[in-house]
Design a protein around this ligand. Structure first.
Ligand SMILES: Cc1cc2nc3c(=O)[nH]c(=O)nc-3n(C[C@H](O)[C@H](O)[C@H](O)COP(=O)(O)O)c2cc1C
Length: 171
């Protein structure tokens, strides 16, 4: 599978089979996060792999009761270790860095026949407490990972005409 095929095939998966994720596949997906670029190559991140059922249930509750989060046999919490660093362009690097790493994992998962769903609707303090994450860090995303139990249709996207302009910005 090439990159464009993985990009086109990826969907947010919100139903998972009760089938374990093979360790080898998990390691490939984590490797995709490890290889992601980051501002100044700081790699100020940590990825907490959660398999314990009790913890996954608690994470689903912390994610505003999105129960499919606990259905997935693996949930990965993406944690920024330096959330205060702001780049010269006035953009905090942590959200950018972690987004790239998480997206690498979503695409690597597709290649492994696995599904994911970026979860941003969660309570920061609750997830920190469940996973023993120090206050000074920031959880950027939860990523349930498992074999898809549904086959979601692709969501529509704006056309290129709507989102691209050339040479100068146009509203
Ligand atoms: C930053 C971010 C936060 C998101 N949070 C949630 C979430 O909490 N729950 C959920 O079901 N989907 C969540 N999504 C998934 C989006 O709803 C989904 O990507 C979008 O509808 C497009 O669908 P697709 O991923 O299938 O292409 C999130 C996606 C992103 C990028």
């Amino acid at each position: 599978m090439n990159v464009m095929e993985a990009i086109k095939e990826r969907r947010s998966v919100r139903a998972y089979k009760q089938k374990p994720v093979p360790e080898e596949k998990l390691q490939k997906i984590l490797e995709a996060a490890r290889l992601a670029p980051s501002a100044g190559n700081r790699q100020s991140w940590k990825f907490v792999v959660v398999r314990e059922e009790e913890k996954r249930k608690k994470l689903a509750e912390a994610a505003a009761n999105q129960s499919f989060v606990a259905e997935a046999p693996v949930v990965i919490a993406a944690v920024a270790l330096n959330p205060d660093y702001v780049m010269r362009c006035e953009v905090p690097s942590y959200a950018v860095d972690l987004a790239i790493a998480v997206d690498h994992m979503t695409l690597a998962a597709v290649e492994e026949g696995l599904g994911t769903c970026w979860i941003g609707a969660f309570y920061q303090n609750q997830v920190k407490e469940i996973l023993n994450i120090p206050e000074k860090y920031k959880v950027v995303a939860l990523l349930p990972l498992g074999y898809p139990a549904d086959n979601p249709r692709g969501k529509s996207r704006k056309s290129l005409d709507e989102i691209i302009c050339y040479e100068t910005f146009k509203e």
